[in-house]
Write a protein of this length. Sequence first.
Length: 276
Amino acid sequence: MTLTLDGPLLLAGAGKMGGALLSGWLRRGLDPARVVVQDPGPPAEVAQLLTDNGIARSSSVMEALSGAPAAIVFAAKPQAMDAIFPDLAKLAGPRTLVLSIAAGKTLSSFEKHLGAGAAVVRAMPNTPAAIGRGITVCVANRHVSNEQRVMATSLLEAVGEVGWVEDETLMDAVTAVSGSGPAYVFLLAEALAAAGVAQGLDSGLSAQLARATVSGAGELLRQSEQSAAQLRQNVTSPGGTTAAALSVLMRDDDGLPDLMAQAVAAATKRGRELAG
């Protein structure tokens, strides 16, 4: 399905996540002539993408835009938002969707720079968006129309799955689970490889085994209609090697479920602190 917009799109920030979004939009057929990018120094691969598609990268976006944008997508680093947002907010028209993927920036932090009735969506993607396999969760303010929700979903589906929550306070938990979650999985692969070395495996082979096992199990989970719990049980023969390992990982007092609960709680708490 071709991605079309009723007006230009302004992308503020073309780093790794902004570049992943832009690449996804182009794959879905978005007209490059509709896109204006503001970024003083995008990574080389993103700069090449802009050049290859004739996309304007301008410090004076007012001159580059042919009218009020259909959407302004803020993909700059959170610490840069306060500096760039006030000027860019002036470009928003009455029908412009303001879509932010800046971690920790609340709906109210955007609304204070915008006129009454501005439509704002806050989104939290994760790093697998770089290969089109991310998941993004969104929350909208009360001014976002059904049509603008569809627009936001379409823009974000270019890099993976999309979900919505109605309570913005849940975004800290979302960040703790899916936003930070890839790091937990990478740590699992790292620890699994190290454990193999401790049992005598060559480090290269052990790393290969861990990487293939984590990625393969993840793909099986994605494609299967069975729950993660059922898939785990399918692998576990009573009295076998997997059961022996799980008896350690699933201990009540210091097992993986308890550690994961503590980790997600810590990340959620930190997210609330950063949001102020």
